[in-house]
Ligand binder design. Structure first.
Ligand SMILES: NC(=O)c1ccc[n+]([C@@H]2O[C@H](COP(=O)([O-])OP(=O)(O)OC[C@H]3O[C@@H](n4cnc5c(N)ncnc54)[C@H](O)[C@@H]3O)[C@@H](O)[C@H]2O)c1
Length: 308
């Protein structure tokens, strides 16, 4: 018995890295899997059907039901086709794991318009496009009297939730995906759909550019049963649990799942507050500094920490 027996899942960007580990984990838990990957470079150039086909074949060789899909998740029609393919192949759709991504790191003054647009397009629009088309399907199911027990699991990063140097495009998109996760959880609650996000980790062709001198291996290339901290498959168990009915009470949440650790991200929330002494009144700019320093920052120095 697996946690996801009878469920049908899409994992985007599952030809390599984190997504490949997630496809393997979901299939091992009993899900039928649509392995999406358009097979471009780490910076988003080109296309190749082999990564998705190879992973679908790997899952089938392990006894799972799996099909490959090569659509660009950020293409509106492509995302629609991906959802349709899952329903046509397996008769239903229960899980969408939005993982596909690219990077083009540059300092903000060197980042081109195309660098910004391309990265935001794949991560943010790609997550929105698949979620939109899946939500149309799930809402229709609910209206026809077949209430879904469905889950979206999005992929975020500390680069967006905490901030990181040289990742204006990537960090902005990841922070926006955290917000999109909360909005999706609110929009879709009445239709039986949950939405959560995970910040994963592991050495992949994407992160190897940041963490130098580390060998890039796929999750299935690590020895079975042996724990390796940087295995890109380590985040996948959390994704499988969030996608399962065991997590029916969890929605609108953001987690980090890296190595052996799982942690909960607290959402943005209001902290200390100051109000003008005389109500109703408007703040005078020259009075704000002293009040902010005394009552909002106190003894804490909010100054910039580079590389911290
Ligand atoms: N590796 C890490 O440590 C780390 C940390 C935080 C977040 N992430 C996130 O995890 C996700 C996976 O990253 P990874 O490290 O496995 O990188 P990766 O390059 O190994 O895998 C990304 C996959 O997405 C596919 N892809 C890219 N654009 C696509 C598109 N438009 N449509 C369909 N497929 C597309 C690529 O072909 C590739 O196979 C990304 O969202 C990334 O931002 C990774």
């Amino acid at each position: 018995m697996g946690l996801l027996d009878g469920k049908v899942a899409i994992v985007t960007g599952a030809g390599h890295g984190i997504g490949r580990g997630e496809a393997l984990e979901l299939a091992a838990e009993g899900a039928k899997v649509v392995v999406n990957d358009m097979g471009g470079s780490v910076t988003g150039e080109g296309a190749d059907k082999r990564p998705a086909e190879e992973v679908a074949e790997l899952l089938r060789s392990r006894g799972a039901e799996a099909v490959a899909n090569y659509d660009d998740v950020a293409d509106w029609k492509g995302a629609e086709n991906l959802i349709q393919q899952a329903v046509e192949a397996f008769g239903r759709l229960d899980i969408v794991v939005n993982n596909a991504g690219i990077i083009r790191d540059k300092m903000i003054f060197s980042m081109t318009e195309d660098d910004f647009d391309s990265v935001v397009r794949v991560h943010l629009k790609g997550t929105f496009a698949t979620t939109h088309h899946a939500s149309v399907y799930w809402r229709n199911e609910s209206k026809e009297g077949r209430q879904p027990r469905a889950a979206v699991v999005n992929t975020v990063s500390s680069a967006g939730l905490v901030g990181n140097l040289g990742q204006a495009n990537y960090g902005s998109a990841k922070a926006a995906i955290a917000a999109l996760t909360i909005v999706t959880s609110l929009d879709m609650a009445r239709y039986g759909v949950r939405a959560n996000a995970v910040a994963p980790g592991g050495v992949t062709r994407m992160s190897a550019g940041v963490i130098k001198d580390l060998e890039v291996k796929e999750a299935d290339e690590y020895p079975d049963g042996e724990f390796a901290r940087l295995n890109p498959g380590n985040s996948a168990p959390m994704v499988a649990w969030l996608a399962s009915d065991e997590a029916m009470h969890v929605t609108g949440q953001v987690f980090r799942a890296v190595g052996a650790s799982i942690a909960h991200y607290k959402p943005w929330s209001l902290g200390a507050e100051i109000t003008t002494p005389k109500e109703p009144a408007k703040w005078k700019p020259e009075n704000i500094g002293a009040a902010v320093n005394a009552h909002i920052f106190g003894s804490r120095n909010p100054g910039l920490q580079i590389g911290g």
